[in-house]
Design a protein around this ligand. Structure first.
Ligand code: GLU
Length: 500
């Protein structure tokens, strides 16, 4: 069988983590099976769909590397695939033709019930403790009655007849599912009175037309599937296989929602998560490899992915695991790649600091990469780690300068002595191996903990307590700036101190 699967996002919000996960599982399945991955925009909810959300979804998926074999145009990329257009609002003609087919076979009918009638039906069902369902008032009108109603009510909705009986299917994740159609709410509206088709209908017409073999989607759609199966049958189409993926949950097992959790993929990108880590993390939201391995590249995932190892229970979104994966994948980037990806973050943090110094270039950042690579949980950590090198004026918090076990006088003493030793090292041999031994010896002779001395120097040079290794930091700053900053720090603690 040729595998054809799809992601069918509605552009009614930014790209959601759940949509990205579903898209990824579809893509992995398609790649593993040598099949085709299709992207279709379900934009028939005109009031809530926007071009901006559409752009966010397409560019977010593309950024993640979740690219489609068939789908709509994006920026410079042209529409691809033989079943276009891949936007539902551009496919209205095909829904119209499908409705005509259903009407002509009496699998659908016009319904003239007014809003008031439907509300009254619902109220009496509620009073009787029954679930709401359409009572079928218009289901069996004679041709004459229909003509009469049409004259009074020229804009009917179209309902699809839900036949009596049970619908069963084998879900590739959840196993056998069976439901009595009496629980489906009665005959289903598939076209609104303004002529626009509704989701359940368009999704089936498109899946049928596009030859979708596997519908892999979130568990929230499980209850829709019986309706879809009935629609596929009525359309004379082959019913695809279904796989419903578990919900994504917060660590407290509540549903991951926009209000409570960070759900927009763009926010993760803005915080410096990299695509390798996000893909790895998304893959583990409901799928496991069956081994203890945790790091998976996209290619590893393609090789191993299998719907039979998708779990039924909710998948916990564990931010700590994502952070860990991100650090791991950052370590695996080449120097050049890490520079390219982190430079925008560094530049943004310097712009935030309103520095008048010139912004660093890739060449400025490249030599620092070996010093910071292991210290980057996210790309946005680059700024705080190395920004001191690019700031003309360091603003130092005086309380940070004095180590916990020390007072200001000891700190001034220590910085003065350190300055003397560093100055004596001289500009020509200003290297980490030359700087470290005499400063360690200083701590020892004065009975200071080396950690305290180094922390005072670190804050004096960088304004921060977490930096690249201290002696490398000095070398990166250079001889003159190192001495200048030590002087500056002494002045902060004791404005009476003069240079040297
Ligand atoms: N447009 C639907 C959604 O965004 C697609 C559902 C489906 O995959 O069938 O939820």
């Amino acid at each position: 069988m040729t595998v054809r699967c799809r992601i069918a996002p509605s552009p009614t919000g930014p790209l959601h983590i759940g949509t990205a996960r579903t898209a990824l599982f579809n893509l992995l399945f398609a790649r593993h099976e040598g099949g085709t991955f299709i992207l279709r925009l379900e934009d028939t909810d005109v009031a809530r769909s926007t071009a901006a959300y559409e752009a966010d979804i397409l560019s977010g998926l593309h950024w993640l590397g979740i690219d489609w074999d068939e789908g709509p145009a994006m920026g410079e990329l042209a529409e691809r695939g033989p079943f276009g257009p891949y936007r539902q609002m551009a496919r209205l003609e095909s829904y119209r033709a499908a409705v005509e087919g259903l009407l002509s076979r009496d699998q659908a009918y016009e319904c003239f019930c007014s809003t008031e009638q439907l509300a009254a039906d619902r109220a009496s069902q509620e009073a009787a403790g029954q679930p709401p369902r359409y009572i079928g008032r218009c289901a069996h009108l004679t041709a004459e009655q229909r003509a009469q109603r049409r004259a009074e009510h020229p804009a009917p909705v179209i309902r699809f007849r839900i036949p009596a009986g049970r619908v069963g299917f084998h879900d590739l994740v959840r196993g056998d599912v069976s439901i009595d159609t009496s629980a489906l709410g009665g005959d289903l509206v598939i076209v609104r009175s303004d002529g626009t088709p509704l989701y359940h209908f368009t999704v089936c017409v498109d899946d049928a037309t596009m030859g979708i073999s596997h519908v892999i989607r979130g568990e929230d759609h499980l209850s829709n599937t019986p309706k879809h199966i009935l629609l596929f049958r009525a359309l004379g189409a082959e019913v695809p296989a279904f796989a419903h993926l578990p919900l994504i949950l917060n660590p407290d097992r509540t549903k991951m929602s926009k209000r409570k959790s960070q759900t927009a993929v763009a926010d993760y990108i803005d915080q410096g998560y990299i695509r390798e880590a996000l893909i790895n993390h998304l893959a583990l939201l409901g799928w496991s490899s069956g081994t203890d391995d945790e790091l998976f590249s996209f290619d590893d995932l393609v090789e191993r992915f299998d719907l039979s190892r998708v779990q039924q229970g909710g998948a916990i979104f564990d931010r700590e695991r994502l952070d860990w994966l991100n650090g791991q994948w950052i370590r695996r980037l080449s120097d050049v790649e890490l520079v390219e990806r982190s430079l925008p973050f560094l530049r943004a943090s310097l712009v935030d600091a309103e520095t008048d110094s010139s912004l660093p270039t890739a060449d400025d950042l490249l030599p620092l990469v070996p010093l910071v690579r292991e210290r980057l949980p996210r790309l946005d950590a680059m700024g705080p780690l190395v920004d001191f090198l690019f700031l003309d004026h360091l603003s130092i918090e005086p309380t940070l300068l004095v180590p916990k076990r020390w007072d200001a006088a000891t700190t001034i003493d220590a910085l003065t002595e350190a300055r003397r030793i560093i100055a004596a090292t001289g500009e020509t041999v200003f290297e980490a191996e030359e700087l470290e031994p005499p400063l360690r010896a200083l701590a020892e002779t004065r009975g200071w903990k080396a950690g305290d001395l180094f922390m005072a120097i670190r804050v004096a040079l960088t304004g921060r307590t977490a930096t690249p290794p201290l002696f490398d930091t000095m070398v990166a700053l250079g001889y003159a700036r190192t001495l200048e900053r030590l002087d500056g720090a002494r002045l902060i603690l004791d404005p009476a101190t003069s240079g040297t």
